[in-house]
Design a protein around this ligand. Sequence first.
Ligand SMILES: *[C@@H]1O[C@H](CO)[C@@H](O)[C@H](O)[C@H]1NC(C)=O
Ligand SMILES: *[C@@H]1O[C@H](CO)[C@@H](O)[C@H](O)[C@H]1NC(C)=O
Ligand SMILES: *[C@@H]1O[C@H](CO)[C@@H](O)[C@H](O)[C@H]1NC(C)=O
Length: 542
Amino acid sequence: MMGKVKMGLQSGLLIMVVLFLGVADVKGKADEVNIWPLPQWLSRGDKRVFLSKDFQLHTDGSKYSDGSGILKDAFARMLDVVKLGHVVDGNISSSDKPIKVIHVLISSPNDQLQYGVDESYKLLVPSPENPDFVHLEAGTIYGALHGLQTFSQLCYFSHSTRLIEVNRVPWKITDQPRFSYRGLLIDTSRHYQPLEMIKKVIDAMAYAKLNVLHWHIVDTQSFPLEIPSFPKLWDGAYSASERYTFSDAAEIVRQVSSAGCILFYAQKRGINVLAEIDVPGHALSWGDGYPSLWPSKNCQQPLDVSNEFTFKVIDGILSDFSKIFKFKFVHLGGDEVDTSCWTLTPRIARWLHKHGMNESQAYQYFVLRAQKIALSHGYELVNWEETFNNFGNKLSQKTVVHNWLGGGVAERVVAAGLRCIVSNQDKWYLDHLDTTWQEFYNNEPLTNITKISQQRLVIGGEVCMWGERVDGSNIEQTIWPRAAAAAERLWTPYDNLAKDPEQVTARLAHFRCLLNQRGVAAAPLTAPGRGSPEEPGSCHEQ
Ligand SMILES: *[C@@H]1O[C@H](CO)[C@@H](O)[C@H](O)[C@H]1NC(C)=O
Ligand SMILES: *[C@@H]1O[C@H](CO)[C@@H](O)[C@H](O)[C@H]1NC(C)=O
Ligand SMILES: *[C@@H]1O[C@H](CO)[C@@H](O)[C@H](O)[C@H]1NC(C)=O
């Protein structure tokens, strides 16, 4: 008896839940589009269409030949994330006309990934009366990659038909990013991050349409990367295994395609890699291999400004970097420089005196000399904001100032005619676990910048995953979903952004669950940073 009553109660609850979901679904159909980040423009219908089981890629090779296989590989990955591991074993009845082909038209033959590349695309998904093909059109392969990401979010595996379906067809989408620089920083010095984890982070960045992985490779605590020109530098690694060979770094970045072309792992996904060496302040670990880089044994950073060898090492590193890190920019750090070891070391104090420099002039001399070396290797420069705050008018015109200390900096940087990346720590530092996704969403890079000519100098923004408290065990749930909230801010036109982030909660929850289904350990939305689900329930309500 008791068992039966319980059963009755449960099925009653079940009916209520089903009814509730039914209502939510209808409402969802009316106001909601589950695409993250939200496109620039879209229209949709109310029909449903199936994808054929042998859904295929067609491309007009007359302009873009896909010789390096970027499009072919992206299409295969797209099908994988659409299937989500399910067996697609439903049967399409003869009366249903499935879509058999995605036709991709790319107008530029150039597959070089570079800053400012055209990332726009147009996507048309037809209705079932006329399901000839999905049409995807883009200026470059990198726009087409974004189009495939969007398409993957329109498709889903249906448990009733056991087929891949697209709802609310026909879809028409026109899309392009608001900012050309949409970054995520990872820090492999405070903790080592396994190569496989770095690749997973890159995969998930592509899902959210971020396009720059800022790799803060080395810092005070460890030097994990092999530098062929100075092979003892990675003596500063935590252990023998917590290291990246030079080939590993190339591989994060590079792969050999089936056509035999050398390609970068990140490049294949439309992700640029911005490499950083943070000099002169955050470089103690450099001296494990080369102690003469330290001012002295007891006073070990910043790097010795008086020693020519210091600049030889920087030159060697940047020369090696230029062979694998092909992004237009290199990051030279320059933040949090405590110069007291320079004045406390008699040898360096005498050098300063001889050259008529005080310690702040020596800091400027160091940063500007490192800039010249990077320029000589063909890079443009990124430096943390202290360099601008201290001697902004001396920086190379090719400098992008990287804000972190707080708000209001971009405003001053662009007024001075330099470019800026926004990462104010109160809103866009992922290691600040108490910063909520709503705050990430609301952080507007153009705050208080009204002149269009100055707005253009804000090239974008970046969320920063500093590594003090993350390793391979928890980095994903600390990054996601909050980085996705910032990704929409950086991608979606200002007028399409929600003025109140609560309006996008359901759509972000959907994207977070999609990340989980794709194997990314994105945390629930209900906790600020990397929380756990608190109660039994649907992924969409955590
Ligand atoms: C599809 O059709 C095949 C062959 O008729 C059949 O064996 C299979 O069970 C069907 N699948 C479903 C999900 O109905
Ligand atoms: C260094 O010298 C410059 C130029 O004379 C001066 O403006 C600055 O205040 C000095 N800084 C320190 C820390 O003494
Ligand atoms: C923008 O300007 C307003 C008014 O001057 C000021 O209160 C606010 O702090 C500024 N915001 C930032 C991020 O600088």
